[in-house]
Design a binder for this molecule. Structure first.
Ligand code: BGC
Length: 539
């Protein structure tokens, strides 16, 4: 590869990482902005569908002459408008995994922003529910692109020491998106014009434009270039991301290890046809902890468990739940408080996820949630007065605190780390799709559990969420690996050599590059580079 990078392989796995400049940190952190989409989009629709102007316009009912209980959109329309987004997102996340390998991570996210804007324009233009539904489905595909690939992109570009904190920044942006949605809905709900729903809907385009324009100036993931066999570009972007010169030993070492790991994985996971490369995500033994099948199950089930914590019960149905308790003057205010607790508690994870690690956060976070939810349920079924309602609200807020500082960010951090490069983009896409699928399933079944004319569980529903959080506790204890402070390549090795319960004691002891003998006098051999380039261009 004439004029290409001189790749020096690390021989000592514990060598220090490149000191990262502030600018480099900020570049990685910017991508977290993608979380705003996720939060805003999940949050704004409930408020819009409850607006008087919207109900009047979409149903033709007159608020003056219609009884309050009848002045609503038909349930099936409401449910379709809300859940169609998750459907779009589910497919978007899966398709995006493929695109990320073909056109790059960054370009896939920018494409997602574009698709999203088309969907938003349709929704803004809508004056009846059909166009709104179609617009939400298309916007959902865009959100799927963004939500899956931003995680992949951030995990791949972040320096290992702060990877967890940076991906937690994504969760922080989700919470800000949810808060913004409540505030904007609150601000426009009394307008008596189409501005009531058009403003909250159209505003989303701003997030897409900021993200797309910002990403345009950020570099592509070096791991994508390695996968495509473009080592020159990989060296160049890595140098930009770390704020070091491309010939520096740090950059050469990091790149050599990415290349060597990719080579190693390709020996274990040969790439083939398109179908075959999808099939790779499900290959291997169910009993082998590091098999691809196990990693795919781990990523998808972790996101499922995150939804099973019941957090969206509070965000999607909190207002009506508090209303049904009967002793609360302003249920909207309580909802706003839970949303604020969510925003303010998330940044704690920036520090704890790197200091204590992923496992303790998920294990202790689940335990904290179990305790709070059982207290809410027990207080709710045994007493019925002002102070018991206040106690329930307090424990719901503490429960949100535990979610926001542990499982909220933790689930996203872990799915960005557990897949080897050949199946990473699809693995992250599938895991994100699982988040949206369960999000949707829970949103659809919850009204049947709590609706006063249906299951009417009331506060007893917290026994269900509490029990599911107990499952999360056991799940985290037995299945989640400790991956803090390791490069993605070291995580791959960790999963081969240890079990979740012993993973926190594992230390990197060698590198792929040195072990595989890909190097000669510390430099990757020219034939290895040629091989990577040839194979990459054939993908
Ligand atoms: C979850 C969402 C949830 C949000 C709350 C995210 O990590 O995936 O479903 O609404 O956190 O902050």
């Amino acid at each position: 590869m004439p004029g290409g990078p001189v790749l020096v392989a690390a021989t000592d796995a514990t060598r220090v990482e490149a000191p990262v400049t502030l600018k480099a940190y900020l570049m990685c952190a910017f991508a977290a902005f993608g979380g705003i989409f996720f939060g805003y989009d999940s949050g704004y629709i409930n408020g819009v569908l409850a607006m008087e102007y919207v109900v009047h316009k979409y149903t033709g009912l007159d608020p003056e002459t219609t009884a309050d209980d009848d002045f609503v959109l038909p349930s099936w329309q409401k449910s379709l408008i809300v859940s169609i987004l998750s459907l779009g997102t589910f497919f978007g996340a899966i398709i995006a995994g493929d695109c990320a390998d073909f056109i790059g991570r960054r370009t896939t996210v920018i494409t997602g922003c574009f698709i999203f804007c088309i969907g938003v324009v349709m929704q803004t233009a809508s004056t009846e529910y059909k166009l709104l539904v179609a617009g939400r489905a298309i916007a959902g595909i865009g959100v799927g692109f963004v939500s899956a690939i931003i995680i992949l992109y951030m995990s791949e570009i972040a320096p290992k020491k702060v990877r967890g904190a940076i991906v937690s920044g994504y969760q922080f942006c989700i919470t800000i998106g949810l808060l913004l949605a409540s505030c904007v809905d609150y601000g426009t709900e009394d307008y008596d014009t189409t501005a009531s729903y058009r403003i909250p809907i159209a505003l989303q385009m701003l997030w897409a434009i900021i993200l797309a324009v910002g990403l345009f100036f950020l570099p592509e993931s070096p791991r994508y270039f390695v996968k495509r066999g473009n080592l020159d570009k990989a060296a160049e972007v890595l140098a930009r991301l770390r704020g070091q010169s491309r010939d520096s030993e740090y950059i050469q070492m990091e790149l050599a290890e990415i290349v060597a790991n990719h080579e190693y994985e390709l020996q274990v996971i040969p790439q083939g046809s398109y179908i075959n490369s999808w099939a790779q995500c499900f290959k291997g033994s169910l009993w082998k902890p590091n098999s691809n099948l196990r990693r795919t199950i781990l990523g998808t089930s972790l996101q499922m468990m995150q939804q099973w914590t019941g957090v969206n019960f509070v965000f999607y149905f909190g207002t009506s739940f508090f209303d049904d308790l009967g002793t609360i003057d302003d249920p909207f205010l309580i909802s706003l408080i839970t949303t604020l607790v969510n925003v303010l508690s998330t940044p704690i994870s920036f520090w704890t996820i790197e200091k204590f690690g992923r496992r303790p956060l998920l294990i202790w976070g689940a335990l904290g949630m179990v305790i709070c939810q059982f207290i809410v349920a027990i207080v709710g079924v045994t007493t019925d007065n002002d102070s018991s309602t206040k106690a329930m609200i307090a424990f719901i807020c503490i429960y949100i605190f535990f979610f926001a500082s542990t499982w909220g960010p933790g689930a996203w951090v872990v799915i960005g780390e557990i897949f080897p490069l050949p199946i990473r983009s699809r693995g992250v896409g599938l895991s994100t799709a699982s988040n949206w699928l369960w999000n949707c399933i829970i949103a659809v079944i919850t009204p049947y559990m709590v609706g006063t004319d249906k299951g009417n569980l009331g506060p007893r529903v917290f026994f269900i969420w509490g029990s599911l959080c107990a499952v999360c506790f056991v799940y985290a204890y037995f299945l989640v690996y400790e991956t803090k402070g390791l490069t993605l390549e070291q995580v791959d090795r960790l999963m081969e050599e240890t079990t979740p319960r012993t993973s926190s004691k594992w230390v990197p002891h060698s590198t792929y590059a040195s072990e595989m003998g890909l190097t000669e006098k510390g430099t990757l051999q020219p034939e290895v580079i040629d091989d990577v380039v040839r194979r990459g261009s054939a993908v």
